[in-house]
Design a protein around this ligand. Sequence first.
Ligand SMILES: Nc1ncnc2c1ncn2[C@@H]1O[C@H](COP(=O)(O)OP(=O)(O)OP(=O)(O)O)[C@@H](O)[C@H]1O
Length: 903
Amino acid sequence: MDSNIQVVVRCRGRNAREIQAKSPVMVELPSDTFSSADPSITVNQNQQVSGFLNSMNSKTYSVDQIYGSQADQQLLFEKVAMPLFQDFLNGINVTILAYGQTGTGKTYTMCGNGDFDVDMKDSGNEEPHLHEQAGIIPRVLGELFSALDRMDSDYVVKCSFIELYNEELKDLLNDDSERNKLRMFESKRPVYNSLFIQNLQEKYINNTIEGLSILQKGLMKRKTASTKLNDVSSRSHTIFTINLYKKGENDLFKVSKINLADLAGSENINRSGAVNQRAKEAGSINQSLLTLGRVINSLSEKSTLSSSVSHIPYRESKLTRLLQDSIGGKTKTTLIATISPAKMNLEETISTLEYASRAKNIQNKPQLGQECETTLKKILLKDMSKEITKLNNELIATRSKNGIWMDEKNYQSLIDENESLKADLTETKSSVNGLQAKIEQLTEIKRTSETDMKKYRTQLQDCDSKIKDFQLNELNFKRQMEYYEQKVNELNDQIKKVNEDYRVSELRLNRIVQEGINSVISQIDHIITDLRDSRDDSEEKISNTMLEFEQKLQKNKDSLTVSTNSAASQIEKLLQHIPSLMNNIVKGFSTFRTEIRNHDNKVEKDLSRSKSLNNALSSYIEKDHLQQANLNSNIERIISEKINDSIVQSKEAMIAKFREFVDTSCKNQEHLVKDALHFFSDSIITSEKKNLTDNHDRWRQSTDKIHDDIGEETKELCSGYGVFEKKSSDLIKSTAEDISSKLSTVVNADIKSVSAMASKIDLKEDIPTVRATMGSVLNKDAHLCNSWSALKTRLGEIQTHATKDHFQSSPTSHVTHISSSMEEVKSPSHSISPRRRTKSPSVTQVSPRKSPLKRSSTSNLNSSVLTLQKSKIPQLQRLNSDKENITADLKRRRIEDSGTVNE
Ligand SMILES: Nc1ncnc2c1ncn2[C@@H]1O[C@H](COP(=O)(O)OP(=O)(O)OP(=O)(O)O)[C@@H](O)[C@H]1O
């Protein structure tokens, strides 16, 4: 029989901490005490809002029963535990689980508050009076023996109390639990119901007091610690199990058990203030609760979606392995979810309720416990013989080994443990060695990494500086690009304009050709119309018109330039066809004329015959029937009328026939002429269009290439010129300074030598000669000063020229000019060497011979400049001629275009 897990929510009142923190109540319960029959619990997620908005922000969970802050322990026991307790007595395995956030009352619900001993002492040998705050476990123990006694049948009750702390199982009833570690096995022995825990102590209890005493003992050993959220927080999961062997019919014992689990609090590590050991506990608690959650989810999905979920992750934590039979197994289970009403715990409250509402979907398949074919004695004997064997072994060991209270089995296990510890030690040592080697490796890697880092840092710095250079270059390049873009735009504008001009000229040309053709057609129309009235000059008119058209076309042909060659050729073709066209027309007209002449002849013949007949008739009448004059005249009149009528009729018929003939012929001829003209005009327009497009593309390509060439050349020249400009200005400056210092040295040396000479000369002997010499020296110095200032002025000019106008005229000429000037200034043959100056101690060496040398320095400079400029002239001329060619080409094309347009 399937039975869903029963889910009960117990919401305590706000505790002192929550009241102190003024944390508002966010949980709405149907009642403060108890409500059942699918009650729902509402959690408001935002207390600020109310009404409709509040409903938007709240969440509702449906469970089986809800207990509020006013529900006491007795009520909870009666409503929640009692039904399960009855099943347990009837041989069904049952489980009660308390799950929830830390400090919400799990331990309070399962064990309760208060010291069980006090109550037991007071009660003497009678059943103990349980404290009103006693929880489910003491109440079950209290109820169990009185119920069993009432049943009056044999029974055995055994209890176990296990703790799961940091994923480690511990027997809370074993004094030597450290040595007798618990191990879990999957067992096929029915009595243990699939899970077998090795070394687990199961204590026989004969009454409530023994049970409570065991519970008390276990609880004392349970790990508890103070956390921020709960002063006495349970750090472990505990399961108190009562196994009942109750004699039924046919001496068969029914075996059933009740698991009473108090899980550790699900908690947020940060909020609980858990550090170190506590954090580890919290992690482990959360880990096993997380697995429990996953098991609940998988089972819930399995039953709601009746589903494909096949794997339930029981084996991923010890807690879920322990609870495997209780959740989704053969046990009848109730989950008590404990929550806090306060806003400060809202997140955990929602999480607990989510789990609880999902657990509600889980289906268990409770079954009646196993029946053992055994007697009470046998059960007791079996356990007791086990105990006696153990004690005997210990006794023998004590006797033989003088005072060591240990049987061989235990001793062996100690030896084994020791061996295993040794092995552990060796393993640990080798792993330490391994780790040390790894540390050395890592240190080495660190060292190399540091060297690499240094290298990379240097490379990075290099890269940085390169990037900066690059950015600078990029900026310059951008500026140049902007300049060229502007130029390209200008050129594009020009191209657009030319294109537009081409388009206009093309339209005009089309119009002119069309007009010409139309005028020819209308003239031919005129001729044809004229033909209908007078036939004599038609041939002449046609030939005149054709001639006119031919002349017009000839004129157009002559005026068409190279760019319209194909048009000319088309017109040429048209002209070639005109004589044959004219011949056709003329032939047509001569055929009309022959026809008309034949007709005229025929009419004339008819008329003359009628005339002769008329004459014959008149004479006959005159001769023979004079007397019948009146009658005759009448007859004559009648006859003449008849003849006239017949003449008029035949004339009209003839004219109509002729008209029809002329019309048909004219129409045929007109079609012929029109078709021919259309054909020619279309072919002219098509070929002219193609010709214009080709010309335009060619022109565009050539202008693009010219533009690119000019751009490249200008770019190269500019960059070369920039570098050179800087170098030249530095060189000019340094050379000018050099020359200045050298000149002053020369001047000083001259002055000194003159003074020396003056002191040597006997003034008395030749004063006038000395005076003359002094005068010449002074003249020379003045001349020297003049030369120097001229040179300085020239250098200044060169410098100004070089720095100022480099974009205003051809950069090449500047470069040439400055470089030649620089070569001149630098040239050793033209420099004034100090050696030569010091070698001129005499007056005669100093004076007139030196001036030309210094003058030649300036004039040589100028001549070198001129020479270098000349050497660059061809290059300049080439560039200028290129430029002129391009300009002329552009001009020519424009003129051609405008000429074509005018035509
Ligand atoms: N319904 C309740 N009525 C009165 N007091 C309660 C109630 N629930 C809990 N308390 C009190 O709140 C405190 C914390 O409860 P308890 O230790 O049972 O929480 P817990 O959920 O077991 O916490 P932890 O998971 O940390 O062990 C206790 O002092 C307990 O007496």
